[in-house]
Design a protein around this ligand. Sequence first.
Ligand SMILES: [Fe+2]
Ligand SMILES: [Fe+2]
Length: 194
Amino acid sequence: MPKDSPMDDLRREHQLVLADMAEAQAAVQELKPGPGASGRGPGQLLRSRLGQFQEGMLLHFQREEQFVYPEARRAGLLGEFLNSEAEEDMRAHQVISTRTEELISAAEEIERTGDIDAQTLSRLRTIVGLTRTLLERHAAKEDTLIFPMIERGLSAEQLVAMRDHLRDSRAVGDLSGPGDPKSGPGLTRLGGQD
Ligand SMILES: [Fe+2]
Ligand SMILES: [Fe+2]
């Protein structure tokens, strides 16, 4: 295995994305129910933290879906059991992305009106908690099960090629700037970390 495995880059990204999610959850905890109780500031803060989380999360998922899972499948590493695990992982990507969209819409509404009722707030807290738990489990499963399997199963040359593809995808992304919400995320933070 090469000294710096491509999986190490992805493990580091998990830490960044999880830290962004923790910040977003903290912003939800700050919200207070009632007309005008929160004002616009907390909604704005929540939207901005969710936006930062979404940017890194989507980029990370795209890299895995483009360069990691297909390669593991091509190399026949997954077998029947892990194939279904990998499918579950792709579903988790989808669920986390969809819930994040929902949270961002709610944050935009709070930012616009400065209001949030107790029921909506409780729903937001539930969704953000569930999303964080799903993300933590998903990242832990990749770190402990899927990535080690790939590290053991691919040759050193294949791992180096995967690492280069992952790093090239960042370098290209760096040029795209902060990203356009319609065309997808840019690579401002994950792409620029080294
Ligand atoms: Fe993943
Ligand atoms: Fe991941």
